[in-house]
Design a protein around this ligand. Structure first.
Ligand SMILES: Cc1cc2nc3c(=O)[nH]c(=O)nc-3n(C[C@H](O)[C@H](O)[C@H](O)COP(=O)(O)OP(=O)(O)OC[C@H]3O[C@@H](n4cnc5c(N)ncnc54)[C@H](O)[C@@H]3O)c2cc1C
Ligand code: FES
Length: 302
Protein backbone atom coordinates (compact mmCIF):
# COMPACT_ATOMS: atom_id res chain seq x y z
CA UNK A 1 0.00 0.00 0.00
CA UNK A 2 1.18 3.49 -0.80
CA UNK A 3 1.02 5.63 2.32
CA UNK A 4 1.55 9.30 1.75
CA UNK A 5 1.93 12.01 4.32
CA UNK A 6 -0.45 14.93 3.73
CA UNK A 7 1.30 17.65 1.81
CA UNK A 8 2.30 20.54 4.08
CA UNK A 9 2.98 23.83 2.51
CA UNK A 10 3.91 26.21 5.26
CA UNK A 11 3.23 29.22 3.09
CA UNK A 12 -0.47 28.39 3.04
CA UNK A 13 -0.75 28.35 6.82
CA UNK A 14 -2.82 31.34 7.89
CA UNK A 15 -0.22 32.29 10.52
CA UNK A 16 2.56 32.45 7.93
CA UNK A 17 0.53 34.28 5.31
CA UNK A 18 -0.48 37.28 7.30
CA UNK A 19 2.12 39.88 8.08
CA UNK A 20 2.17 39.88 11.89
CA UNK A 21 1.88 43.61 12.20
CA UNK A 22 -0.27 43.43 15.30
CA UNK A 23 0.40 40.97 18.06
CA UNK A 24 -2.29 39.03 19.86
CA UNK A 25 -3.15 41.90 22.14
CA UNK A 26 -3.36 44.35 19.25
CA UNK A 27 -0.32 46.27 20.35
CA UNK A 28 1.48 47.94 17.51
CA UNK A 29 4.50 46.07 16.20
CA UNK A 30 6.31 45.39 12.94
CA UNK A 31 7.85 41.99 13.30
CA UNK A 32 8.74 41.72 9.64
CA UNK A 33 11.29 44.52 9.56
CA UNK A 34 15.04 44.47 10.07
CA UNK A 35 17.09 47.67 10.12
CA UNK A 36 20.78 48.42 9.62
CA UNK A 37 22.06 50.81 12.27
CA UNK A 38 25.15 52.68 13.30
CA UNK A 39 26.31 53.37 16.84
CA UNK A 40 26.35 57.15 17.14
CA UNK A 41 27.11 57.48 20.86
CA UNK A 42 28.11 55.28 23.77
CA UNK A 43 27.55 56.28 27.40
CA UNK A 44 29.40 54.27 30.01
CA UNK A 45 26.90 53.94 32.85
CA UNK A 46 28.70 51.47 35.13
CA UNK A 47 31.65 49.10 34.61
CA UNK A 48 29.19 46.49 33.26
CA UNK A 49 26.46 48.55 31.57
CA UNK A 50 26.65 50.84 28.57
CA UNK A 51 23.98 52.89 26.83
CA UNK A 52 24.16 52.70 23.04
CA UNK A 53 22.56 55.25 20.75
CA UNK A 54 21.70 53.51 17.49
CA UNK A 55 20.73 55.43 14.40
CA UNK A 56 18.84 53.58 11.67
CA UNK A 57 20.86 54.26 8.53
CA UNK A 58 18.06 54.66 6.00
CA UNK A 59 16.15 57.96 6.41
CA UNK A 60 12.96 56.34 5.21
CA UNK A 61 13.24 53.37 7.58
CA UNK A 62 14.11 55.68 10.46
CA UNK A 63 10.83 57.51 9.89
CA UNK A 64 8.71 54.35 9.98
CA UNK A 65 10.35 52.77 13.04
CA UNK A 66 7.94 53.12 15.95
CA UNK A 67 7.68 51.36 19.28
CA UNK A 68 5.84 51.48 22.59
CA UNK A 69 7.28 51.43 26.13
CA UNK A 70 7.98 47.85 27.19
CA UNK A 71 8.76 46.50 23.72
CA UNK A 72 12.14 45.09 22.75
CA UNK A 73 14.31 44.57 19.68
CA UNK A 74 16.51 41.69 18.59
CA UNK A 75 19.95 43.29 18.38
CA UNK A 76 22.44 41.66 16.02
CA UNK A 77 26.16 41.98 16.52
CA UNK A 78 27.31 40.74 13.09
CA UNK A 79 29.27 37.53 13.29
CA UNK A 80 28.53 36.98 16.98
CA UNK A 81 24.82 36.68 17.60
CA UNK A 82 21.47 38.25 18.19
CA UNK A 83 20.07 39.12 21.62
CA UNK A 84 16.75 40.55 22.88
CA UNK A 85 17.20 44.04 24.38
CA UNK A 86 14.50 46.37 25.74
CA UNK A 87 14.00 49.73 24.09
CA UNK A 88 15.10 52.25 26.65
CA UNK A 89 14.51 55.53 24.84
CA UNK A 90 11.51 57.76 24.29
CA UNK A 91 8.93 56.46 21.81
CA UNK A 92 8.87 60.00 20.41
CA UNK A 93 12.58 60.07 19.57
CA UNK A 94 12.66 59.37 15.85
CA UNK A 95 16.39 60.18 15.51
CA UNK A 96 17.89 57.23 17.35
CA UNK A 97 17.01 54.40 19.74
CA UNK A 98 18.74 53.86 23.06
CA UNK A 99 19.62 50.41 24.34
CA UNK A 100 21.17 49.84 27.76
CA UNK A 101 23.17 46.63 27.65
CA UNK A 102 24.82 44.66 30.43
CA UNK A 103 27.97 42.72 29.61
CA UNK A 104 26.92 39.14 30.33
CA UNK A 105 28.02 36.65 27.65
CA UNK A 106 29.47 36.25 24.19
CA UNK A 107 27.33 38.72 22.21
CA UNK A 108 27.00 41.43 24.83
CA UNK A 109 30.75 41.29 25.61
CA UNK A 110 31.47 41.80 21.92
CA UNK A 111 29.02 44.70 21.79
CA UNK A 112 30.79 46.36 24.71
CA UNK A 113 33.99 46.36 22.64
CA UNK A 114 32.29 48.19 19.75
CA UNK A 115 33.14 51.85 19.08
CA UNK A 116 30.98 54.64 17.66
CA UNK A 117 30.54 54.17 13.93
CA UNK A 118 30.18 50.36 14.26
CA UNK A 119 27.35 48.85 12.22
CA UNK A 120 24.74 46.63 13.86
CA UNK A 121 21.30 45.27 12.99
CA UNK A 122 18.01 45.44 14.83
CA UNK A 123 14.77 43.54 14.18
CA UNK A 124 11.47 44.48 15.67
CA UNK A 125 10.05 46.06 17.72
CA UNK A 126 8.59 42.97 19.34
CA UNK A 127 6.19 42.09 22.12
CA UNK A 128 3.52 43.65 24.24
CA UNK A 129 3.85 47.02 25.91
CA UNK A 130 2.81 48.79 29.09
CA UNK A 131 -0.77 50.11 28.79
CA UNK A 132 0.20 53.79 29.11
CA UNK A 133 -3.16 55.12 27.86
CA UNK A 134 -5.10 52.93 30.28
CA UNK A 135 -3.01 54.35 33.13
CA UNK A 136 -3.82 57.97 32.22
CA UNK A 137 -5.70 59.84 34.93
CA UNK A 138 -4.23 57.68 37.70
CA UNK A 139 -1.24 57.66 40.05
CA UNK A 140 1.74 55.80 38.64
CA UNK A 141 4.25 53.82 40.62
CA UNK A 142 7.38 52.81 38.69
CA UNK A 143 9.57 50.36 40.58
CA UNK A 144 12.92 49.08 39.30
CA UNK A 145 15.68 46.88 40.64
CA UNK A 146 19.19 46.98 39.09
CA UNK A 147 19.12 46.63 35.31
CA UNK A 148 15.30 46.89 35.49
CA UNK A 149 15.70 50.66 35.13
CA UNK A 150 16.62 50.05 31.45
CA UNK A 151 13.12 48.86 30.36
CA UNK A 152 11.51 51.25 32.86
CA UNK A 153 13.17 54.26 31.25
CA UNK A 154 10.80 54.08 28.24
CA UNK A 155 7.65 54.46 30.40
CA UNK A 156 9.45 57.12 32.48
CA UNK A 157 10.10 59.07 29.26
CA UNK A 158 6.48 58.59 28.23
CA UNK A 159 5.11 59.83 31.55
CA UNK A 160 7.50 62.84 31.43
CA UNK A 161 6.36 63.75 27.92
CA UNK A 162 2.66 63.37 28.73
CA UNK A 163 3.02 64.50 32.36
CA UNK A 164 -0.36 66.32 32.51
CA UNK A 165 -2.21 63.09 31.80
CA UNK A 166 -1.09 61.40 35.00
CA UNK A 167 -1.57 62.21 38.68
CA UNK A 168 1.30 61.55 41.14
CA UNK A 169 4.26 59.72 39.65
CA UNK A 170 6.79 57.96 41.87
CA UNK A 171 9.92 56.13 40.77
CA UNK A 172 11.43 53.75 43.30
CA UNK A 173 14.85 52.40 42.38
CA UNK A 174 17.05 49.98 44.27
CA UNK A 175 20.41 48.38 43.55
CA UNK A 176 22.88 46.20 45.44
CA UNK A 177 25.36 49.08 45.83
CA UNK A 178 25.67 52.70 44.65
CA UNK A 179 28.12 51.81 41.86
CA UNK A 180 25.42 49.80 40.09
CA UNK A 181 22.99 52.71 39.78
CA UNK A 182 22.05 53.45 36.19
CA UNK A 183 21.21 56.81 34.57
CA UNK A 184 22.28 58.84 37.64
CA UNK A 185 22.76 61.91 35.41
CA UNK A 186 19.00 61.99 34.70
CA UNK A 187 17.67 61.89 38.26
CA UNK A 188 17.67 65.66 38.70
CA UNK A 189 15.92 66.22 35.39
CA UNK A 190 13.17 63.68 36.19
CA UNK A 191 12.49 65.26 39.58
CA UNK A 192 12.86 68.97 38.85
CA UNK A 193 11.56 69.33 35.34
CA UNK A 194 8.90 66.68 35.39
CA UNK A 195 7.77 66.77 39.04
CA UNK A 196 8.32 63.09 39.42
CA UNK A 197 9.28 61.90 42.88
CA UNK A 198 12.31 59.62 42.78
CA UNK A 199 13.42 57.55 45.77
CA UNK A 200 16.56 55.43 45.69
CA UNK A 201 17.94 52.78 48.01
CA UNK A 202 20.95 50.45 48.06
CA UNK A 203 21.43 47.18 49.87
CA UNK A 204 25.04 47.95 50.78
CA UNK A 205 26.35 51.51 51.08
CA UNK A 206 29.88 52.68 50.28
CA UNK A 207 31.72 55.64 51.81
CA UNK A 208 30.22 58.14 49.30
CA UNK A 209 26.61 57.06 49.80
CA UNK A 210 24.49 59.17 52.11
CA UNK A 211 21.07 57.94 50.95
CA UNK A 212 18.82 55.14 52.13
CA UNK A 213 20.07 51.61 52.82
CA UNK A 214 17.83 48.55 52.81
CA UNK A 215 15.42 46.65 50.58
CA UNK A 216 13.36 48.35 47.88
CA UNK A 217 10.10 47.67 49.74
CA UNK A 218 11.39 49.89 52.60
CA UNK A 219 10.71 52.83 50.28
CA UNK A 220 6.97 52.15 50.26
CA UNK A 221 6.80 53.54 53.81
CA UNK A 222 7.97 56.93 52.50
CA UNK A 223 5.16 57.46 50.01
CA UNK A 224 1.42 57.71 50.22
CA UNK A 225 0.03 54.96 47.98
CA UNK A 226 -3.65 55.14 47.07
CA UNK A 227 -4.34 51.51 46.12
CA UNK A 228 -7.67 52.13 44.37
CA UNK A 229 -6.20 54.80 42.09
CA UNK A 230 -2.71 53.46 41.34
CA UNK A 231 -1.12 51.51 38.51
CA UNK A 232 2.32 49.96 39.02
CA UNK A 233 5.07 48.91 36.62
CA UNK A 234 7.72 46.73 38.20
CA UNK A 235 10.93 45.81 36.35
CA UNK A 236 13.79 43.73 37.67
CA UNK A 237 14.77 40.13 38.30
CA UNK A 238 11.83 37.76 39.06
CA UNK A 239 12.84 37.41 42.71
CA UNK A 240 12.61 41.19 43.07
CA UNK A 241 9.34 41.76 41.18
CA UNK A 242 7.63 38.90 43.02
CA UNK A 243 8.68 40.41 46.34
CA UNK A 244 7.55 43.90 45.27
CA UNK A 245 4.25 42.80 43.69
CA UNK A 246 3.33 40.67 46.71
CA UNK A 247 4.02 43.71 48.89
CA UNK A 248 1.85 45.94 46.66
CA UNK A 249 -0.86 43.28 46.74
CA UNK A 250 -0.71 43.50 50.53
CA UNK A 251 -1.21 47.27 50.23
CA UNK A 252 -4.36 46.63 48.18
CA UNK A 253 -3.29 47.33 44.57
CA UNK A 254 -5.19 44.86 42.36
CA UNK A 255 -2.89 42.37 40.61
CA UNK A 256 -4.25 43.27 37.19
CA UNK A 257 -3.03 46.85 37.74
CA UNK A 258 0.59 45.78 38.28
CA UNK A 259 2.69 45.14 35.19
CA UNK A 260 5.96 43.26 34.92
CA UNK A 261 8.32 42.29 32.11
CA UNK A 262 9.39 38.63 31.85
CA UNK A 263 12.77 37.58 30.48
CA UNK A 264 13.32 34.31 28.66
CA UNK A 265 15.95 33.13 26.24
CA UNK A 266 14.76 34.11 22.77
CA UNK A 267 15.69 33.29 19.23
CA UNK A 268 13.13 34.46 16.66
CA UNK A 269 11.18 37.02 18.72
CA UNK A 270 8.04 36.36 16.71
CA UNK A 271 6.36 33.21 18.01
CA UNK A 272 7.95 30.67 15.67
CA UNK A 273 10.87 28.90 17.35
CA UNK A 274 9.15 28.10 20.71
CA UNK A 275 12.35 28.91 22.59
CA UNK A 276 10.70 31.40 24.92
CA UNK A 277 7.63 29.38 25.84
CA UNK A 278 6.21 29.28 29.35
CA UNK A 279 3.56 26.55 29.17
CA UNK A 280 1.61 27.42 26.04
CA UNK A 281 2.48 31.12 26.22
CA UNK A 282 5.08 32.77 24.01
CA UNK A 283 7.02 35.32 26.03
CA UNK A 284 8.02 37.10 22.82
CA UNK A 285 4.51 37.73 21.44
CA UNK A 286 2.15 37.33 24.41
CA UNK A 287 4.74 39.20 26.53
CA UNK A 288 7.23 40.28 27.67
CA UNK A 289 4.82 42.64 29.45
CA UNK A 290 2.19 40.82 31.51
CA UNK A 291 -0.02 41.90 34.35
CA UNK A 292 0.95 40.23 37.61
CA UNK A 293 -2.28 38.23 37.78
CA UNK A 294 -1.43 36.58 34.43
CA UNK A 295 2.12 35.87 35.60
CA UNK A 296 0.84 34.10 38.71
CA UNK A 297 -1.41 32.01 36.48
CA UNK A 298 1.45 31.05 34.17
CA UNK A 299 2.98 27.85 35.49
CA UNK A 300 6.74 28.20 36.06
CA UNK A 301 6.80 31.85 34.95
CA UNK A 302 8.62 32.82 38.14
C1 LIG B 1 12.54 40.77 26.46
C2 LIG B 1 13.96 40.87 26.95
C3 LIG B 1 14.52 42.12 27.17
C4 LIG B 1 15.85 42.24 27.61
N1 LIG B 1 16.35 43.48 27.81
C5 LIG B 1 17.64 43.63 28.16
C6 LIG B 1 18.21 44.94 28.31
O1 LIG B 1 17.54 45.98 28.12
N2 LIG B 1 19.51 45.02 28.64
C7 LIG B 1 20.29 43.88 28.86
O2 LIG B 1 21.49 44.03 29.15
N3 LIG B 1 19.77 42.65 28.75
C8 LIG B 1 18.49 42.48 28.40
N4 LIG B 1 17.96 41.22 28.25
C9 LIG B 1 18.82 40.05 28.54
C10 LIG B 1 19.73 39.83 27.33
O3 LIG B 1 18.96 39.43 26.24
C11 LIG B 1 20.77 38.74 27.66
O4 LIG B 1 21.65 39.25 28.63
C12 LIG B 1 21.56 38.40 26.42
O5 LIG B 1 20.73 37.63 25.56
C13 LIG B 1 22.81 37.61 26.77
O6 LIG B 1 23.40 37.24 25.54
P1 LIG B 1 24.94 36.91 25.44
O7 LIG B 1 25.19 36.24 24.12
O8 LIG B 1 25.79 38.09 25.71
O9 LIG B 1 25.15 35.91 26.63
P2 LIG B 1 25.05 34.32 26.65
O10 LIG B 1 26.44 33.80 26.44
O11 LIG B 1 23.95 33.82 25.78
O12 LIG B 1 24.61 34.14 28.17
C14 LIG B 1 25.29 34.76 29.25
C15 LIG B 1 24.46 34.72 30.51
O13 LIG B 1 23.24 35.45 30.34
C16 LIG B 1 22.11 34.64 30.59
N5 LIG B 1 21.07 34.95 29.59
C17 LIG B 1 21.12 34.74 28.27
N6 LIG B 1 19.98 35.14 27.66
C18 LIG B 1 19.19 35.60 28.64
C19 LIG B 1 17.87 36.14 28.67
N7 LIG B 1 17.11 36.25 27.59
N8 LIG B 1 17.39 36.54 29.84
C20 LIG B 1 18.09 36.45 30.96
N9 LIG B 1 19.35 35.93 31.01
C21 LIG B 1 19.88 35.51 29.87
C22 LIG B 1 22.61 33.23 30.42
O14 LIG B 1 21.86 32.32 31.21
C23 LIG B 1 24.03 33.31 30.91
O15 LIG B 1 24.12 33.22 32.31
C24 LIG B 1 16.64 41.06 27.83
C25 LIG B 1 16.08 39.81 27.62
C26 LIG B 1 14.76 39.70 27.19
C27 LIG B 1 14.16 38.35 26.95
S1 FES C 1 11.60 33.63 20.69
FE1 FES C 1 10.96 32.24 19.15
S2 FES C 1 8.94 31.78 19.78
FE2 FES C 1 9.53 33.32 21.15
Amino acid sequence: MDYRLPKQDINTEPFMRQSPRYNRKDVFMRTDKAYKCEITNIVELTPTEKLFHLKILSDQERRIFEFRPGQFVMLEVPGFGEVPISLSSSSNNSEYVELCVRKSGRTTNMLHRAKTGAKLGIRGPFGTSFPMEKMAGHNILLVAGGLGLAPLRAPINWVSEYRDEYKDVHILYGTKDPDQMLFTYQYEEWQKVDHIKLLTIVEKANKDWNGRTGMITDLFKDIDIKPDDTFAIVCGPPVMFKFVCDHLDGLGIPMNRMFVSLERRMHCGMGKCCRCMVGSTFTCVDGPVFDYWSVLNLKEAI
